[in-house]
Design a protein around this ligand. Structure first.
Ligand code: CA
Length: 653
């Protein structure tokens, strides 16, 4: 009896920690550390929520709900009940920023119903620094299918907030009508609600600085074939950013913009990562915490580094001799892969490709091959075309790929974010797993939890990537600026196949003049650590074996692509970034500076050092050449580093 009372009291305490029932309709749920709180309420029948962190308002009352073809679940709703639970799970994930994750969250299910007594569950999972929100739709009597036409879900940032956002591209624009492909620039510390140029809103993730109270990163995860990819509206209505579905014109106008759901069904999770500093944002695993693998890996996939000729030598290099040079480069560097890019089907052909793969394998190099995802939805002309877009052709091609020993594909030029296209991504991934192929997407959408959901998924571009450094002087000038954004925004919610680390001074085949790189070698090496993707195609060229510093080559030979731990050290998006990553026992601390003046920083390192112990440091000499030296801690055990403008450093220990 006494035991029972103790248990009841304990249970009551646990519930009260997790929630405070303020009124019948207003319910709060807090993170296990109690710093982050979501308060949900019904205001005149419309569900709303707000977010506080350490009692500071980080998100003002913001709308919830969705509109389906069966009815409007964003207004005229009645409160039904609430349920409080805890979620506690651990998982291993080799492909993301951290190899072992322990996720603990308090979960609130807030149930409302419409006048016809059809229910909607609004689910919040609140872990330390992270909130995940989704809708769960039960069956509505005989109704077992519906279409979500629109969501009311919004994010109302305080009016003094500034934004770091990337515009959604206009549909059917850019190269060969291949947009949108998440390759825009960024707003940088601009006020909320400033209109976008193209009025297309902003892609996930969006970073918001809530004055000196802290930071909020908003994104979504868990999008599979059963939903569309969403983005944010442009926030011009009093700084309210709402979840928007794809533009009808995407995918050449084909396919619906909403989501077709079977009932019971769920929406993707919308996530908010909140902190006083950028630390929780750099280190968050929320995109992976709330999803699970959708199928088993058909085999153990091996991640690693690759060379690719296309990035610097471009289309003309798609020939036997040049590909042999890049295979030899990969072998010399000890890289695991070569990526043979567009046009191989016509310039080399399937038959000779089999020979080329044999040659690569003889050098202990495995092969990724490029494919056009088309073709029915845009004008991208590069081949192979029509091999990925139907189930029949795809399986036939993948059977051949498996037979000849190809290990992965880079599939390019997708049509947008409609559910139609999300199904296509999933079909490619699922089929590829059957044939033991890893998949990288380019010209594509943001990955949304895919590292964990799809075992053979190994990367997406979805960024203004290395190719634009070849094409655009403006992007070369802004290289350092963009590079200081990605560790805090794009790359923190998903792996990013950037295709960088150039050691050519001139980004062309001759490396003699033109297309001059503005950043230093140390900067380039640092991006190899700052930009995370389990398979990294690096932009080295065969001439680098003789014209690049030996220290740079040695660094690249030893650089891992998978990480056991990731830590925020310092930084401000657009100005500088310092991140630490651990692989096994070795820590890499990498920093870059996008500012005009040298930047002197003092910081603690994440590893414990013996007194007087030194670390190795790659950094810039004053003449911007690369130096490798050692660095010693001060009396307090702190390290001081000066980063040159558009320069970088890496500490290795
Ligand atoms: Ca691209």
């Amino acid at each position: 009896m006494i035991m029972k009372t103790i248990f009841q009291t304990l249970f009551l305490c646990l519930c009260l920690f997790a929630s405070t029932v303020v009124g019948a309709q207003e319910i709060a749920v807090s993170s296990p550390d109690k710093q982050l709180t979501v308060t949900v309420s019904l205001q005149d029948g419309a569900p709303q929520y707000k977010v506080t962190y350490k009692e500071q308002v980080m998100l003002e009352n913001s709308p919830l709900g969705l509109i389906t073809n069966e009815g409007d679940f964003s207004q005229n709703l009645k409160y039904v009940d609430q349920k409080m639970e805890t979620v506690d799970k651990s998982y291993q994930q080799e492909k993301i920023k951290t190899s072992h994750v322990h996720y603990v969250a308090n979960k609130l299910t807030y149930t409302v119903e419409d006048a016809k007594q059809r229910q909607l569950h609004i689910v919040f999972q609140v872990s330390d620094n992270n909130i995940a929100i989704r809708y769960e739709l039960p069956t509505w009597r005989e109704r077992r299918a519906c279409v979500v036409l629109k969501e009311a879900t919004g994010f109302k940032l305080p009016d003094f907030t500034t934004t770091f956002l990337s515009s959604m591209m206009t549909p059917m624009g850019a190269f060969a009508r291949t947009s949108p492909s998440y390759e825009s620039g960024y707003t940088n510390d601009e006020p909320v609600g400033k209109p976008t140029h193209q009025n297309q809103g902003y892609v996930f993730p969006g970073l918001f600085r809530v004055g000196d109270k802290g930071w909020v990163l908003i994104s979504e995860t868990g999008v599979n074939s059963l939903y569309c990819g969403s983005h944010l509206t442009d926030g011009t209505k009093e700084g309210l950013y709402t979840v928007a579905f794809p533009d009808q014109r995407q995918n050449n106008g084909f396919g619906s913009t909403g989501a077709q759901l079977g009932l019971p069904g769920v929406t993707p999770w919308r996530t908010l990562t909140v902190g006083e500093t950028l630390k929780p944002i750099v280190e968050t695993t929320i995109p992976y915490d709330v999803v699970d693998p959708l199928y088993e890996a058909s085999q153990k996939y091996a991640y690693g580094r690759g060379t690719w000729s296309w990035i610097v030598w471009q289309d003309n290099s798609m020939n036997w001799d040049d590909q042999v040079k890049y295979i030899d480069l990969a072998a010399e560097m000890g890289f695991e892969y070569i990526l043979i890019d567009a046009l191989w089907d016509t310039n080399i052909g399937h038959e000779r490709m089999e020979e080329l793969i044999k040659y690569a394998n003889s050098k202990k190099v495995d092969v990724f091959l490029w494919y056009n995802s088309n073709g029915t939805f845009n004008d991208a002309p590069q081949g192979p075309r029509n091999r990925m877009n139907t189930s029949i052709a795809r399986k036939e091609e993948m059977k051949w790929l498996k037979k000849v020993g190809v290990k992965g594909l880079k599939v390019d030029f997708f049509g947008g974010d409609k559910q139609e296209t999300m199904r296509f991504y999933e079909d490619i991934l699922s089929d590829a797993n059957d044939y033991g192929l890893m998949i990288i997407f380019h010209g594509c959408t943001l990955p949304r939890g895919w590292e964990r959901m799809y075992p053979n998924y190994v990367g997406s571009e979805a960024v203004l990537a290395s190719e634009m450094l070849i094409f655009s002087q403006d992007v070369r000038n802004q290289e350092a600026f963009y590079a200081t954004l990605h560790p805090f925004i794009r790359n923190t919610v998903g792996c990013m196949e950037f295709g960088g680390v150039f050691l050519n001074r001139f980004l062309n085949k001759g490396n003699q003049r033109g297309q001059e790189r503005q950043t230093t070698d140390a900067f380039q090496l640092a991006t190899g650590v700052l930009f995370q993707n389990p398979v990294q195609m690096f932009a080295l060229t065969p001439n680098n074996l003789t014209d690049a510093p030996k220290e740079a080559l040695d660094f690249m030979k030893g650089l891992p692509t998978t990480w056991d731990e990731t830590r925020y050290i310092d930084g401000y998006p657009g100005k500088y970034a310092v991140i630490a990553r651990r692989h096994g026992d070795v820590w890499y601390v990498a920093g870059i500076n996008a500012q005009e003046e040298p930047l002197k920083l003092t910081f603690d390192l994440p590893m414990t050092l013996q007194k007087g112990e030194t670390v190795n440091i790659y950094q810039d000499n004053k003449d911007r050449t690369l130096s490798l030296g050692t660095l010693k801690a001060d009396k307090k055990g702190r390290f001081t580093v000066t980063i040159q403008p558009k320069g970088g450093f890496i500490i290795v220990k």
